[in-house]
Design a protein around this ligand. Sequence first.
Ligand SMILES: Cc1ncc(COP(=O)(O)O)c(C=O)c1O
Length: 328
Amino acid sequence: MAAPLAAAGSGVSKAKSLSRRIDATDTPVIDFTRRVMATRKDAMSLAQGIVYWGPPPVALERLSARMASEPAAVSGYAPNEGLPALRAALRHKLAHSNKLPSAFLNALLALCDVEDRVVLFLPYYFDHLMAMQMTGSADRVVLGECDPATMRPSLEWLKAELAGPQPPKMVVVVNPCNPTGVLLSRDELEGISAACAAAGCWLLLDNTYEDFIFAEANRSLLRSALAPLEPHVVGGEGAIYLWARLPPGCEDDRAVVEWLVAQAGVCVIPGSACGMPGHIRCSYGNLSPDKFPTAVERLRAGIAHLAQHGMTHMGAPPPPPQQQQAAS
Ligand SMILES: Cc1ncc(COP(=O)(O)O)c(C=O)c1O
């Protein structure tokens, strides 16, 4: 990992190493999917959680008006405590919806010491594990159990863990969930919250996807492409994801992703990046409605072939988007 840097003027190179914590941190899975995508020119992505729509026009209008009238306001330093208007807006949001803003790393540093145990439910959001690795506390991660059919966190498991000899200091819940796309109800969250409160344990609720309720047409199309994997498909209730178990024999999910790109021309996230090999996460937010159906058809063909014949040669791939549009 370490990049040798030339010592100034001496002509001698000295290797500088990263901290052991950073060396022991996973390489982001997005790095893997981008490399795999680069192996095929026309590959389409249902992998990275990024949406095709932009910020609301009103936000862009206000931003450009502010930049025109007061350019220094967006390039200077803000008050240390944060912009008064932003702080007021956050106070309002927290008072009305009882949600923590994201910034997991800061919350982890503020609430936990390196020896404190932290629950991440399986499958976890990969950056949460990486934050634990970066702070040198990866071996304090307690992998929480979800119901295998519904992928909802098990309250029974949590209560037993909180009552155990080494209770966790913090429990992390992502809702709606990245990577599963499962949305917990208020009752479920209150059950988790009450269990944590009774045990004196922090509950960190990551609501990053709270407003991601778009692309519903994309969602049902994607779900239909995963039909051969039913009933082992969940999600689409919030966030922008569906989560599915691959057929037997596909435990090496990174190999499956490489195969899907090479054979079907579509990329998804391997579940092993979230601690669950043999699964995939598919996003329905990445591609605009004009491109999305082509990517889904590729996934449909890939998954159908995988379920019947495993990772064997698929034959002619579906045509690239331009050709397909011209044909229809
Ligand atoms: C569950 C979850 N939390 C947080 C984030 C982003 O957090 P940040 O922008 O602070 O890195 C993401 C982004 O994908 C996410 O999926």
